[in-house]
Ligand binder design. Structure first.
Ligand SMILES: Cc1cc2nc3c(=O)[nH]c(=O)nc-3n(C[C@H](O)[C@H](O)[C@H](O)COP(=O)(O)OP(=O)(O)OC[C@H]3O[C@@H](n4cnc5c(N)ncnc54)[C@H](O)[C@@H]3O)c2cc1C
Ligand code: FES
Length: 279
C-alpha cells in the first residue's frame, strides 16, 4: 500500500502545484500597474519568472523584478482577467505562486564589459532585477547604461529608484509624450527610447546589450545596435509569449522553434535569429 508520506512526496513534486505566499508590500506604480513583494525565500537567477495565481480565476507568468533571495518582488500590469483580479490584493493578502522558471541572464559571463540595459514600458520590470544584481556586484562591470522608455511621465515605473540609478549609472529616460511632469522625480526626453540608444551608444567594444520591451521596440533596438557593429551574441532579450504550463508540456509558448518557458524567456539573440518563427 502506498504510504501517505510517499503520496505527499508525489504531490510535492507536482510542478504545477502552487503554494500560498503572503503579500508583505504593495505599491501602485501607475494607473495600470503595481508592485508587490511576496514573503518567499526563493533561490532564483536573474531574469527568471514565476506563475502567480488566484484560485478559481487563473494564473499568469510574471518576471521576478528583484534580486535578493529574501523575498520575491513582482511588477504586474493589469491587462486581463488574472492581472486585474491580482490588482485587488493588498498588504497581508495571500496569493498562490510556483516557480522559478526559465533561463537566466549569464551575468558572470559579462564580467569586465559595459552593460547596456534597454527597457520599454513593463519590460523595465525584469530589468530591475538585473540592475539590482549589478548594484550587488558593481565591481564586476565597467560602465552601465540604462535606457528606460515610458509612454508618459505618469507611466514611469520605480520612480523611487531613479535618483540612485542616476547617481550610479548613465541613466537615460524617454517618454513618448510629455504633457506634464506627472509624478516622476527625474524627467527624461520626449521621444522614443530607441533614439536615446542611437544617440548615446557609438560602438560595440566590450559591450553587452540586455533588452526587454514590446516587440516593435526590440526590433528597432536590434537594428540600431547592429548598425553600431553589435554581433548577435552581444544582444540578450527577454521574450514574452502566451504560456500555460511553464514546463515544456503544452507547446503554447513556441517561438522560433524554441520553448520560451524552457529555452527562454531570456535568449541570446543568435539563438533565435536563424530559426523559423512559430508564433
Ligand atoms: C516569461 C514572461 C514574463 C512576464 N512578465 C511579466 C511581468 O513581469 N509583468 C507583467 O505585468 N506581465 C508579465 N508577463 C505578461 C503576463 O503574463 C500577461 O500579461 C498575463 O498572463 C495576462 O493574463 P490576464 O489573465 O490578466 O490577461 P488575459 O485576459 O489572458 O489577456 C489579456 C490580453 O493580454 C494578452 N496576453 C496574455 N498573456 C500574454 C503574454 N504572456 N504575453 C503577451 N500578451 C499576453 C492577451 O493576448 C490579451 O490581449 C510575462 C509573460 C511572460 C511569458
Ligand atoms: S508554456 Fe507550456 S510548453 Fe511552454
Amino acid at each position: 500500500m502506498m504510504t501517505s508520506t510517499k503520496a505527499k512526496n508525489l504531490i510535492r513534486k507536482n510542478p504545477y502545484l502552487p503554494e500560498p505566499k503572503k503579500v508583505i508590500f504593495y505599491k501602485r506604480e501607475s494607473h495600470d500597474s503595481f508592485t508587490i513583494r511576496l514573503k518567499w525565500k526563493l533561490d532564483h537567477g536573474v531574469g527568471q519568472f514565476v506563475f502567480v495565481s488566484i484560485p478559481g480565476i487563473g494564473e499568469a507568468p510574471i518576471s521576478i523584478c528583484s534580486h535578493t533571495k529574501d523575498y520575491v518582488e513582482l511588477n504586474i500590469r493589469e491587462v486581463g482577467n488574472v492581472t486585474r483580479n491580482l490588482s485587488g490584493i493588498k498588504k497581508g493578502s495571500i496569493l498562490y505562486a510556483r516557480g522559478p522558471y526559465g533561463t537566466t541572464y549569464p551575468m558572470e559571463d559579462f564580467a569586465g564589459d559595459d552593460l547596456i540595459i534597454i527597457g520599454g514600458g513593463c519590460g523595465v520590470a525584469p530589468l530591475k532585477g538585473v540592475i539590482e544584481y549589478i548594484e550587488s556586484n558593481r565591481e564586476l562591470y565597467k560602465d552601465i547604461f540604462l535606457f528606460l522608455g515610458f509612454r508618459t511621465p505618469d507611466d514611469t515605473l520605480f520612480d523611487y529608484r531613479l535618483s540612485s540609478w542616476k547617481k550610479d549609472f548613465n541613466l537615460h529616460i524617454s517618454y513618448d509624450k510629455i504633457e506634464n511632469k506627472g509624478k516622476t522625480c527625474i524627467l527624461g526626453a520626449e521621444g522614443f527610447v530607441t533614439t536615446l540608444v542611437d544617440n548615446n551608444i557609438h560602438n560595440n567594444n566590450q559591450k553587452i546589450a540586455l533588452l526587454c520591451g514590446p516587440p516593435i521596440m526590440i526590433d528597432k533596438t536590434i537594428g540600431i545596435l547592429k548598425n553600431k557593429g553589435f554581433n548577435d551574441d552581444q544582444i540578450f532579450l527577454s521574450a514574452e509569449r502566451l504560456m500555460y504550463c511553464g514546463i515544456g508540456k503544452c507547446g503554447g509558448c513556441m517561438i522560433h522553434g524554441k520553448y520560451t518557458c524552457l529555452d527562454g524567456a531570456v535568449f541570446r539573440y543568435d539563438q533565435l535569429r536563424d530559426e523559423p518563427n512559430d508564433g
